[in-house]
Design a protein around this ligand. Structure first.
Ligand code: HDE
Length: 700
């Protein structure tokens, strides 16, 4: 490397240089532009502050240093008070058929039309740097840049919420986040404050069932549903209104991990969900959801057992089927995380003409909160000027000035009415085309009161529970036991048990047993729960899994001496099934196959534990298996995959490793040993077909 000894104009140089202090300097030239200050002044030296003499004091006039440090000092903006950790991607929404009978919303007027979209997924409780696999609700916020303005469906992956009135939101969030005196636990509800608040708020019981289910530990954003939660309205051109619930259904099918995996994934790859989204989109495997509507009218609302304005209730799909109306495809990652994912600002009140609100007291509160929070977070009412937030249709108003105003009105008029003409006159309201609120009639005294119709807190919690498979019910029980084991105050645990007896006596009894506690008296119910609600299969994850192994990952643990053809055959079969393969080897340089070739590895045994994969294979030589059998990381790799009930393929030489890991000699139907499973299925294709079930839950 040439030594750069003098401060010359480096614009024409194209190589890396070593500066006088030994530092590497990359200088402009070729396709590298000249660095400038924010004012556009070319920078000659980005390595050294200006000082008096090589060992002397720094000089105030070093405008480049001062500007650089000033900007850095102000890089952070306040993180979101909830949903701080999130990950976004661009895509489009495609309308399947016009929905003119239902809504005048422009996005639903033309078959096949594509509308640009941006989606941000998030966890709720943790800070920006928390781990992806926290047991938590996931945010599913969609911005649709329609031709009549931005429409935000700011939803979650769970169709109900903890509370009924926005008044309680600050309390809920305070209780769920880290405790204020000790600042822990981070991104976890497993602590006294949360369960204290929740158990004192019986309206949260339904949502608690969801939060303790595997819905709260999704395998990835790609494999979860989204829900608008509240009842909204759709209004057609004649002004007729219908009630609507929004659903996003993943074409990939639903999938979650187990709690033991979640805990381990958080250590092995705290970015598991964002990495998954990045990898899928970058490799062209674009995730897709279909938009579904549950449409109903006042008559249904009046006949329904619950209040459609109560966000702690859902409408079973078996009662009001979900009508599929379009698809959402995510096909492009952001160019810059901060500019797009961090600065995107959603707001429940962003609805286009043809969509409207209901009086759900949670929704009404949200319609106040989001605009307010954006001002705090983004620092200026002009956050709508940021490209990620700006509409993609023409927009005109007389809003002006303020911090960072980037769209500045031209011409004389900045008010209306005005008597100017032509362009100078500016925009005018348009009664025919503009947003008109549905003229709902409301007449009632002003009160602070919760409607009687919101009082049944247990029936749907029970319905959710009885809709789950046995495996899922066990996971729910175990999740309650785990969370409550972290609660230090026995009276709080006991209060939870008092509510759960209204949900299911067996659940309450077995949980009391798991906690080593006596069952307390049943809680007094504000309203006696209904008996006889039918199970709703749509509420189970396992009943709504994928149809194939596509989009999933097969992890193959290999050793030196392995047969390269064997690895290749399994890899090809997996890729044919639409899955991806990750090869794990004791060394990151890969494994040396029997024929001397190198099988490249993407992970090293302890860096790529089996919890990161959907199904696993172990392909070794006899010698390699003996070596792996001595390695703790290799043994847990296999033992965990087995314990997590994953489908497992192993060649004959791998048996010593499997045995060292404590696996049974006789394969069950989820284990393909030497190519054949316990129920006689054989060959890589049969293995991958079996993998579509994702887990062999019958494994004892
Ligand atoms: Fe939010 N919520 N929320 N929320 N919410 C925010 O807005 C709020 C609720 C949801 O990726 C905040 O921009 C209140 C339900 C998502 O940027 C804030 C209430 C549902 C996101 C806020 C609720 C959600 C937020 C914080 C009770 C599911 C992330 C930062 C009345 C239907 C959006 C921000 C993103 C974010 C308020 C309840 C979903 C403070 C007051 C119910 C997905 O405005």
């Amino acid at each position: 490397m040439a030594k750069l000894t003098s401060k010359t104009d480096t614009a024409s140089q194209t190589e890396d240089f070593t500066g006088t202090g030994g530092e590497t300097r990359q200088v402009a030239g070729g396709d590298r532009p000249t660095m400038t200050t924010a004012q556009g002044i070319p920078v000659s030296d980005d390595q050294n502050t200006l000082r008096q003499g090589a060992r002397g004091p720094a000089l105030m006039e070093d405008f480049h240093f001062r500007e650089k440090m000033f900007h850095f000092d102000h890089e952070r903006i306040p993180e979101r008070v909830v949903h701080a950790r999130g990950y976004g991607a661009h895509g489009f929404f495609e309308t399947y058929e016009p929905l003119t009978d239902l809504t005048s919303a422009d996005i639903f007027q033309r078959k096949g039309e594509r509308t640009p979209a941006f989606v941000r997924f998030s966890t709720v409780a943790g800070n920006k740097g928390s781990a992806d696999l926290a047991r938590d609700v996931r945010g599913f916020a969609v911005k649709l840049y329609t031709q009549e303005g931005n429409w935000d469906i700011v939803g979650n992956n769970i169709p109900v919420f903890f509370i009924q009135d926005a008044m309680k939101f600050p309390d809920l969030i305070h209780a769920a986040k880290e405790e204020p005196d000790r600042a822990f636990p981070q991104a976890q509800t497993a602590h006294d404050n949360f369960w204290d608040f929740a158990s004192l708020s019986p309206e949260s019981v339904h949502m608690l069932m969801w939060a303790m289910s595997d819905r709260a530990i999704p395998r990835s954003f790609r494999f979860m549903e989204g829900f608008g939660v509240h009842t909204f309205r759709m209004v057609n051109a004649e002004g007729k209104s219908h009630f609507v619930k929004f659903h996003w259904k993943p074409k990939q099918g639903l999938q979650s991990v187990t709690w033991d995996e979640a805990v381990k994934i958080n250590g092995a790859d705290p970015d598991f969900h964002r990495r998954d989204m990045w990898n899928a989109i970058q490799s062209g495997d674009y995730p897709e959801w279909e938009l579904g509507l549950q449409v109903f009218d006042e008559d249904f609302a009046d006949s329904f057992d619950f209040d459609i304005l109560d966000a702690t209730k859902l409408i079973p799909e078996e009662l009001v089927p979900v009508q599929i109306v379009g698809r959402l495809v995510l096909n492009r990652m952001v160019d810059n995380f901060f500019a797009e994912t961090e600065q995107v600002a959603f707001h429940t009140a962003n609805v286009p003409p043809g969509v409207d609100f209901t009086d759900d007291p949670l929704l009404q509160g949200r319609n106040f909160s989001y605009l307010d929070t954006q001002l705090k977070r983004l620092g200026s009412p002009n956050f709508t000027h940021l490209p990620i937030n700006a509409p993609k249709c023409p927009f005109h108003s007389f809003q002006q000035d303020g911090h960072m105003a980037m769209h500045n009105p031209k011409g004389r008029a900045n008010y209306e009415p005005n008597s100017w003409s032509g362009e100078a006159a500016g925009p005018r309201e348009n009664p025919a085309k503009g947003f008109t609120s549905y003229p709902e009639e409301v007449s009632a005294p002003k009160v602070r009161e919760r409607s009687e119709t919101f009082a049944d807190h247990y029936s749907q919690a029970r319905q959710f529970y009885i809709s789950q498979t046995e495996t899922e019910q066990t996971h729910i029980r175990d999740a309650f036991a785990f969370e409550l084991s972290k609660v230090e105050t026995p009276a709080i645990r006991s209060r939870v048990l008092s509510h759960l007896q209204h949900v299911d006596m067996d659940l309450a009894t077995s949980l009391a047993d798991a906690l080593g506690m006596e069952l307390p008296d049943k809680a007094d119910a504000a309203r006696e729960p209904l008996t006889g609600l039918e199970p709703s299969p749509a509420l189970s994850i396992l009943k709504n899994g994928p149809k194939s192994f596509a989009g999933r990952i097969l992890g193959i643990l290999v050793s030196d001496g392995v047969d390269a053809a064997e690895v290749d055959a399994l890899k090809k079969a997996a890729e044919k099934a639409g899955a991806k393969v990750v090869v794990v080897a004791p060394r990151i340089g890969g494994a040396k196959a029997k024929d001397g070739s190198i099988i490249p590895a993407q992970e090293k045994t302890d860096g790529g534990p089996s919890v990161l994969f959907d199904a696993v294979a172990v392909l070794t030589s006899s010698e390699g298996a003996e070596t792996l059998a001595q390695m703790h990381a290799a043994k847990t790799w296999v033992a965990d995959a087995f314990a997590h009930k994953k489908f497992l393929w192993a060649n004959a030489p791998a048996m010593p490793l499997l045995q060292a890991a404590g696996l049974p000699k006789d394969p069950d139907a989820g284990m393909f040993l030497d190519g054949t499973s316990g129920d006689g299925a054989s060959g890589p294709d049969a293995f991958l077909r079996a993998c579509a079930a994702l887990r062999f839950w019958d494994r004892s």
